[in-house]
Design a protein around this ligand. Structure first.
Ligand code: UT7
Length: 328
């Protein structure tokens, strides 16, 4: 038995932060941001709006699209690095907010690869035969951990969420394969240093801005260009496909130059690559499910299409998931 995606949904907060807004906040320019990253604007949550609020919107939209009831949900997996709080799990808060009275759930931390880690985990649980309606969400309110005086990070990230409903299928489509990796030796290249057991929150950690994302952009860039391209090429080859077989490649949206490097390694045309980074920036765990929902909505994915999802992120973490679309 395979697991397959039977519904997709996304939620982007209304508030828009443009490159021109950022020009007034840090020493940067619209020209620099667009040419180095491909980003024009990003969305930010409203004051008091948390990751669980974005996730609850996603779940409600998934229920509406699939015609399911909250009680039908067996499991909610929330991939995020910006949980509402350290304790309790955002998934439990979402469970309560949507009234999923029969569901259990947990959060999963794998930065920008979080949604793919969640998709693999959720799929395997569906394949086990024990769970029939599994929701996997990728959601991040990055604005809660971004230092808006640091031009190295504040121009890149945005807030947003997307998710899917996974169900069993007797067809041989659905989630076909995955290749996922982690290499924690890269942990110093992209991190939020404090607020965990290593550096509990203190006056010092706050004064030293250790609760914000710190990033060595160049190192992450080099890592991403190599590894996202490698894993995308490898999973196609492993399954006997080439880039020509792909209807759509949905890469993590972190930098247009990184996306182009992976697309070019797989010999993909522009039409085969989903790019929405200009509108939302890098929403971390949100990018892939947001892109997937846009692709379904705009008819870029149809029944029987081969779809490749690839990501990389802090940790380091990276990987790909290959899908055969089963919905019409
Ligand atoms: O999901 C994972 C999340 N992280 C990533 O994907 C990050 C991957 N890395 C990147 O996307 C890129 O490395 C960045 C977009 C972060 C930076 O682009 P870059 O082309 O690697 O720039 P750079 O760090 O080499 O900096 C080039 C110049 C420097 O000035 P000098 O030394 O040449 O005078 C920087 O100080 O650009 C300067 N710079 C900026 N200028 C205007 C760095 N950030 C900015 C900025 N605005 N925001």
């Amino acid at each position: 038995m395979n697991a397959t995606i039977t519904a997709t949904a996304r939620y982007l907060p209304d508030r828009v932060l443009t490159n021109f807004d950022l020009e007034k906040m840090v020493d940067t320019s619209d020209e620099w941001i667009r040419s180095r990253t491909g980003i024009s604007e990003r969305r930010l949550v409203a004051e008091g709006e948390a990751t669980s609020d974005m996730c609850a919107e996603v779940v409600n939209r998934l229920l509406e699209k699939s015609g399911k009831q909250p009680e039908d949900i067996d499991l909610i997996i929330v991939a995020t690095i910006t949980p509402d709080m350290l304790v309790v799990a955002t998934a439990a808060i979402v469970q309560d907010k949507v009234g999923a009275t029969n569901a259990w759930g947990f959060d999963l931390t794998a930065a920008c690869s979080g949604f793919l880690y969640g998709l693999e985990t959720g799929s395997k649980l569906v394949e086990s035969g024990q769970y029939k309606n599994v929701i996997v969400i990728g959601a991040d309110a990055m604005s809660s951990i971004i230092d808006y005086t640091d031009r190295n990070t504040c121009v890149i990230f945005g807030d947003g969420a997307g998710g899917v409903l996974l169900e069993p299928t007797k067809s041989d489509g659905g989630v076909l394969d995955s290749m996922l990796f982690a290499d924690g030796s890269g942990r110093d290249s992209l991190k939020v240093h404090a607020g965990g057991s290593l550096h509990p929150a203190s006056k010092d950690t706050v004064e030293n801005r250790m609760h914000y994302v710190q990033q060595d952009g160049k190192t992450v860039f080099k890592f991403a260009v190599k590894n996202m391209a490698d894993v995308s090429e490898k999973i196609l080859k492993k399954n006997g496909y080439t880039g020509q077989d792909l209807a759509l490649f949905i890469p993590h949206q972190a930098n247009l130059r990184i996306i182009n490097a992976a697309a070019s390694r797989c010999n993909l045309s522009d039409e085969q690559v989903l790019i929405n980074i200009e509108k939302y920036g890098n929403t971390t765990a949100g990018t892939i499910p947001i892109g997937l929902d846009e692709a379904v909505e705009t008819g870029r994915i149809k029944k029987d299409d081969l779809v490749l999802l690839s990501a990389f992120g802090g940790g380091f973490t990276w990987g790909s998931v290959l899908l055969r679309w089963t919905e019409s």
